[in-house]
Design a protein around this ligand. Sequence first.
Ligand code: SAM
Length: 286
Amino acid sequence: MSKDDIVTSAIHAGLWLVATPIGNLEDLSPRGAAVLRAAKVICCEDTRHSGSLLKRIGASPERLIVANEHTEHDAIESVLSYLSTGAVVALISDAGTPAISDPGERLVRATINAGYTVHSTPGPAAFVMAIAMSGLPTARIAFDGFLPRSGSERRERLTEVARERRTTVLYEAPHRLEKTLVDLADVCGNDRLVVLARELTKLHEDMWRGTLGDAVIHSRTVEPRGEYALVIAPVTAESVDVTDDDIRTELASRTSAGISKRSAVDEVTAALGVSRKRVYAISVTV
Ligand code: SAM
């Protein structure tokens, strides 16, 4: 440890992003707890949910502001006025790192734009641990949050995941897990590796590793419960074994299901990991 690594314990004025546990309550850092105790104002998604955490650590701010997806915009004005008085304002979400698939992004931007400082006490973020524990490549990663639930936006994002050369991590609700795995297997192919990181840091923590094809079967055999992060292996460049007939079959199965030729070309390119040019050339002959 160098002199530069020695952190100050001072809690300066500004907006503090405080990461809170994603399951195990012991995962709140001592510095995070100190900031919450020192904060004049704490923004949270749900006062009841965060109230028990704050009580547990003896934090009693002068004011709790609800900043959820509906109220974040209104919270900004109050927060900026507290920051103008030199207050310590903390932002927490129900679990994990604020502003990561949780409210906070707009508040952070407004704070920066108004010239105040954003600080942090880092800690749990489900996607980081899911990737780190997955055993899949970690050098380059793509965090894609929650996929759109339906429509062309979902299809486009799935196609992007299928083509992605970085390891991708997604969040998904348990009741939509099977559908998402089916859709992923459709665009990425049954053989793509996936890791289902379930209930990290909790009693029923589980890391399931296998192919997307097997993951679909797995999601049908066990009732998916709890919180899931999905880690998907990158597409591999070696798709030399793919024959023109394979491409023709994949194209035909999509176009006969009503998918446009253009989308079918995109999907097959991604699913088989071959060049778009090659798929396109074959598509004009079928
Ligand atoms: N801000 C949070 C973070 O830093 O990870 C994410 C909040 S997002 C609304 C909630 C989603 O995160 C869940 O639906 C699930 O996909 C994922 N998640 C949260 N806690 C988890 C856990 N303990 N294990 C696995 N995934 C988790």
